[in-house]
Design a protein around this ligand. Structure first.
Ligand code: KIV
Ligand code: ZN
Length: 506
């Protein structure tokens, strides 16, 4: 069996999903879960992009022991230096250097000639190699690059010291036949005395990201890049969980092994969905809620007689129906800590104490605390730590025959309190108008979604909002969970508004 390495870019390309902003603690949490899932390489961020990205890469580099940790860098000395500073304490550091090679990118974006691009690859990959043992080079927009020039660019990178070549289908333009062919061509034609690894990086603009990644593997790639739940720039990246399962279920065909701990798949997906605020569609392959539901009578009958009639993946294989006992009011610190570990959380004492306090408050109101309740509770805790303003109080005056009124207060860590009152056509509009006054903002509410977090009469409401601010051109998201729909709505809006303040600062 050929070993396929998994390279996860949830924290870098995945974070390029509009409205997704992970904070440092969330990034560490996701990194630890990815390590548990069995990923080989994690792209922790783009260190030169912002101080927050640098800090996250540095923390992940210090904490992760089993995975290679990498950071992205353009072909610029300052990017490579910044990546080096962020990664130097990693157990196994790698740098990921990229430069576009397609005609359209060179002419309009870079305004560089072919010769200049080749010279830049040579200079910067050599410089990266002087600082890192492992250098990965990506010719951006490779799938739209003229074939001979692509080979020349890749050969230049190899001669300068790159040992991993990643071939991005940056705009999701390629199809499996063409994309596989690029790998075959490069592998057959490069010259190198050292072994070179080839990696796929696909976007899902035409819905072919997973198929393209598998075509790359069929044609000699031994590394696949992607993100959990397929999040990422525009239509997203290859969903790594799809590749992991395809390789496992169709081992007969691919003859490859990925070393992924499959029963951690659902857990990993839920964590990323919760912290990114991007819900997993119900019909999503592998981890969607309906992926193991059988609706038609004929299918149900078949599954009851033999599950294999209509089920190629068993839910337990991907951790969907783990024997997960809910906690309750009487659960003690030990059961709580064990459950946190089961869910992949590694917390310091202060965070654990705070989480336990929140759990006890919740358990006073809710009979059974499910994994979903806990993940939501911990996400709230992490978010609140970095939010400048927290929701302090909401009062609503309901009038069945006219406008509704709301008084909202928010408080800061320094104990500043701000209060505003407004009216609106509905209670939520009144609350959101008051919050807009408090944050002195006028964003558009582009999405508002509400659902029950779990089943049962005492289920909490989960509200997800997306706001768009025309002045800064920023899209931000917020999630609020509470027993009360209005309170959950206010929490989600305050969380998103805190992100908008960040947009103004940046
Ligand atoms: O899609 C892309 O081309 C990228 C590169 C930076 C690898 O994300
Ligand atoms: Zn990408």
């Amino acid at each position: 069996m050929r070993k396929i390495q998994f390279f996860d870019t949830t924290l870098r390309d995945g974070e390029q999903t509009p409205g997704v902003n992970f904070n440092v603690k969330e990034k560490i949490q996701i990194a630890l879960q990815l390590e548990k899932w069995g990923v080989d390489v994690i792209e922790a961020g783009f260190p030169v992009a912002s101080p927050g990205d640098f800090e996250a890469v540095q923390h992940i580099a210090r904490q992760i022991k089993k995975m290679t940790v990498t950071g992205l860098a353009r072909c610029q000395k300052k990017d490579i230096d910044r990546a080096y500073d962020a990664l130097k304490e990693a157990a196994d550091p790698q740098i990921h250097v990229f430069l576009a090679t397609s005609d359209i990118h060179m002419q309009y974006k870079l305004k560089m000639t072919k010769a200049e691009v080749l010279a830049s690859i040579k200079e910067h990959v050599s410089y990266a190699r002087s600082l890192f043992k492992k250098v990965q080079f990506s010719p951006e927009d490779a799938s739209r690059t003229e074939k001979d020039f692509l080979l020349e660019a890749v050969q230049t990178a190899i001669d300068a010291g790159a040992t991993i070549i990643n071939v991005p289908d940056t705009v999701g333009y390629s199809n499996p036949t063409e994309y596989g062919e690029i790998f075959r061509y490069l592998i057959e034609n490069i010259q190198s005395e050292t072994e070179i690894s080839f990696s796929s990086h696909c976007h899902d603009d035409l819905g072919m990201a997973t198929a393209n990644a598998l075509a790359a593997i069929e044609n000699g790639a031994n590394r696949v890049e992607g993100a959990i739940n397929g999040i990422g720039e525009r239509a997203g990246n290859t969903a790594l969980e799809e590749v992991a399962l395809a390789l496992f279920i169709r081992k007969d065909f691919y003859q490859c092994d990925a070393g992924i701990v499959l029963n951690e798949t659902k857990q990993t997906s839920e964590l990323v969905s919760r912290l990114s605020g991007i819900p997993v569609p119900k019909n999503k392959a592998i981890i969607g809620e309906n992926a193991y539901a059988h609706e038609s009578g004929i299918h149900q009958d078949g599954v009851l007689k033999n599950p294999e009639t209509y089920e190629i993946i068993t839910p337990t294989l991907v951790g969907v129906s783990q024997n997960s006992l809910p906690l309750g009011k009487l659960s003690g610190r030990h059961a709580f800590t064990t459950k946190l570990e089961e869910l992949g959380y590694q917390m310091d004492e202060t965070d654990r104490k705070e989480a336990f306090k929140r759990f006890k408050n919740l358990a006073d109101k809710k009979k059974q605390i499910t994994d979903k309740d806990l993940v939501a509770l911990l996400a709230d805790q992490y978010r609140e730590e970095i939010e400048k303003w927290k929701l302090a109080d909401v009062q609503v005056q309901y009038n069945s025959n006219g406008y509704q009124g709301a008084i909202v207060s928010i408080s800061s860590e320094e104990n500043d309190i701000k209060v505003a009152s407004r009216i609106g056509s509905g209670s939520i509009q009144a609350i959101y108008n008051a919050i807009d006054d408090l944050f002195q903002q006028e964003p558009q509410l582009t999405e508002y979604e509400i659902q029950a977090l779990t089943g049962g009469e005492d289920a909490q409401a989960e509200v997800r909002v997306t706001l768009f601010d025309e002045k800064t051109n920023w899209e931000v998201r917020g999630i609020g969970v509470d027993f009360d729909v209005l309170h959950a709505s206010a929490k989600a809006y305050v969380q998103a508004s805190n992100h908008l303040i960040q947009a103004i600062i940046e």
